[in-house]
Design a protein. Sequence first.
Length: 144
Amino acid sequence: MTDTTEEYTEDVVYTPRTVYRRASGTQGVWQEFPAAAAKGGIPTDRLPQYVRLMLGHRASVHRGSEALRVSAHLDRKDIESVDRTVARNLRTASAIDAEAWINDEGRVVRLHQKIHFASDPDIEATLTLTDFKDPMPVNAPAAS
C-alpha cells in the first residue's frame, strides 16, 4: 500500500512478522520494522474482520451517496479479537469510535478512528485506500 502524510509518501508492504517501507517511486533501500511495532492502532491487514467486529457491536449503518458507512463504539478488548498487536498498542485507550466506508465492490475504502484516553487527549487516525489494482506477487526484500 502507499502511506501518505503531509511530510512523506511511502510504499509499505505488510507481512505477518515484518513491515517494509521505502520512499514511494524509488528503488531505495527498504526499511524493516517488526510488525508489532509498525501497526499502530488500525488493523490494516485485517480490515474486513474489523468491519465484521463493528457490525457485531451494535454498529450503525448509513447509506450515503458514495459508500456504505458503518460506525461503532469499541474498546481495546473488542479489538483484541481481531488483532492482538493493535489491541496491545491501544492498551491505554478507554474507548475507540470507529467508522468504516465500504464501496459498491465490498472493499473497505476508508477507516476513521477517534481513540479516547482517560488522561490524555484523543487521537484521530484516518486510513484511506484508493487505486485498487489486481493482486500482485510481493517478495520480501533481500537481506542487506
